[in-house]
Design a protein around this ligand. Structure first.
Ligand SMILES: C[S@@+](CC[C@H](N)C(=O)[O-])C[C@H]1O[C@@H](n2cnc3c(N)ncnc32)[C@H](O)[C@@H]1O
Length: 480
């Protein structure tokens, strides 16, 4: 017997309550005729890509079932994506949808923990279907899993029923986009997954259903932890130091005060604010204090996320690459990303992603370290890829679709000591003191005073300091 929808599935379907009858009926019928809950049971935690997500019910269900999942649904049908976005449910930004062109393939640079393809391949024709499956395997993280739901070719009566119905859906009713109804032979799918080095198993999941549903699950067995984590990024010790200093260190205090001034008037009571690369979560607190209604942070480091979750609660913090955010287009009024883009191999890609999630008219606040010439062991330890000049970071920001409102150096008083320590023999005498985190009480008092003077100078909205060890950028998302 076919099982009744679980309470979680009923919640997912209830999210479509306010959508037009046609959409509701389609989603309800799909859910009755396809064992989505069996499919969902095979999908891991982490970052999930749902290819051919249709109206998005499975994507939403996956995110609803497991708070450790962030799900991206893609489909060629813009109307279905529109409905997927409009459906309700409190998933805290962990599900997003995108319309993709016909022939789209996942980017092999991406690292998904799970990729789901449910009743899509038969619309593509054999060659394109196998090419899509192959591309999906290339975009799997080590330890990641691909879950394909297709149709078995036996028993014949079930197979004929499935073929007949799909012909009606594509050619007569035109409910589904696609020129073909050409079920791919399960053996071909299994062979493609095995050729890509995956461990494969197939399971029939059609008991109680008139269609011959078949599940093919491929696991990339060459990793213990699914991860798209780039090399050389900060470790647990780095975050422990950050957490220790964040409360009372003059550098953090100075930065917090400058940011509070910058955010004033840009964060309002109904704002959604995101902090990307949130580290141990101090800026999340700041955004909440500034009055944002919804605050969410992302980071790729488990150590950072664990600390941030202790500080702000687990619902607020998600695991994600800055270059691939689990948020819907134009969902954010304010996006902060402080001391993050210098860690990224491709800063331009991240900025384009920031531009995707910030609404037109919304605010971006970035800070980055200044001057490649002041590169030090601190940069190496932190996993930096570069330091910037103001023109360089401004270029990256404007190319992504932002208008710069303010770009200024700050921590100007740290340039002389940093230069002495990093560019002269004095540095060798002092050792590589990490001037951004040294906690000497005399220096702390001096720097604390200088920080207050600098804050006062930066309060003028047009103030631009001509030099500094860091750069701050405030920008507005343009309309295009
Ligand atoms: C210097 S910390 C800054 C933390 C926090 N933004 C702050 O200013 O207090 C840099 C953060 O960027 C994160 N990070 C590095 N590469 C990332 C990536 N590709 N995606 C997301 N976060 C990343 C690191 O894990 C780390 O938490």
């Amino acid at each position: 017997m076919r099982p009744l929808p679980s309470p979680a599935a009923r919640r997912t379907l209830a999210g479509y309550r306010r959508l037009p009858l046609g959409v509701r009926a389609h989603v309800a019928l799909r859910w009755r005729t396809c064992p989505f809950e069996r499919v969902a049971a095979e999908v891991p935690s982490g970052w999930i890509l749902d290819i051919g997500c249709g109206h998005g019910a499975l994507s939403r269900h996956l995110a609803g079932l497991d708070p450790a999942r962030t799900v991206r649904g893609v489909d060629v049908d813009a109307r279905k994506i529109d409905a997927a976005r409009r459906a309700g449910g409190s998933l805290g930004g962990r599900v997003s949808f995108e319309t993709v062109p016909v022939g789209w393939l996942p980017d092999p640079e991406e690292r998904w923990d799970g990729i789901v393809i449910t009743d899509v391949l038969y619309l593509l024709g054999r060659d394109d279907a196998l090419a899509l499956v192959q591309a999906a395997t290339a975009a799997l993280a080590p330890g990641g899993r691909i879950v394909v739901k297709e149709i078995a070719t036996t028993p014949r009566w079930k197979y004929r029923l499935a073929t007949g119905q799909e012909l009606a859906a594509t050619q007569v009713a035109r409910i589904t986009e696609g020129d073909h109804v050409d079920f791919v032979q399960p053996d071909d799918l299994v062979a493609t997954l095995r050729d890509a080095g995956l461990e494969v198993r197939t399971t029939r999941i059609d008991r109680g259903y008139p269609h011959p549903h078949l599940l093919i699950v491929g696991t990339r067995a060459d990793g213990t932890r699914p991860s798209g984590r780039p090399a050389d990024q900060p470790d647990a010790e780095y975050f422990a130091t950050m957490e220790r200093h964040a409360g009372d260190h003059w550098w953090y205090r100075a930065r917090r005060e400058v940011l509070t001034d910058l955010l004033d008037g840009r964060v309002t009571a109904d704002s959604t604010a995101l902090d990307i690369g949130c580290g141990t979560g101090e800026v999340l607190d700041l955004l909440a204090e500034a009055g944002a209604r919804t605050v969410a942070g992302t980071d790729l480091s488990d150590d950072a996320l664990a600390a941030a979750r202790t500080r702000v609660g687990s619902g607020t913090v998600l695991a994600s690459l800055a270059e691939q955010l689990p948020f819907a287009d134009r969902c954010a009024d304010v996006l902060t990303s402080l001391e993050v883009v210098e860690h990224l191999d491709d800063d331009r890609r991240a900025l384009r992603e920031y531009a995707r999630v910030v609404r037109p008219g919304g605010t971006l606040v970035l800070t980055v370290p200044a001057y490649q010439g002041l590169w030090s062991r601190h940069d190496e330890r932190a996993g930096h890829r570069r330091r910037y000049r103001i023109g360089e970071i401004s270029d990256v920001v404007t190319a992504a679709g932002f208008r710069i409102d303010r770009a200024s150096y700050y921590f100007s008083y740290l340039v002389p000591p940093a230069w002495l320590a990093r560019r002269t023999p004095l540095g060798r005498l002092l050792g590589d003191t990490d001037d951004e985190s040294s906690a000497n009480p005399v220096l702390a008092a001096v720097f604390g005073t200088l920080a207050r003077l600098e804050r006062r100078a930066l309060r003028r909205p047009d103030a631009r300091l001509p030099f500094g060890l860091s750069i701050l950028v405030v920008a507005t998302r343009t309309d295009t």
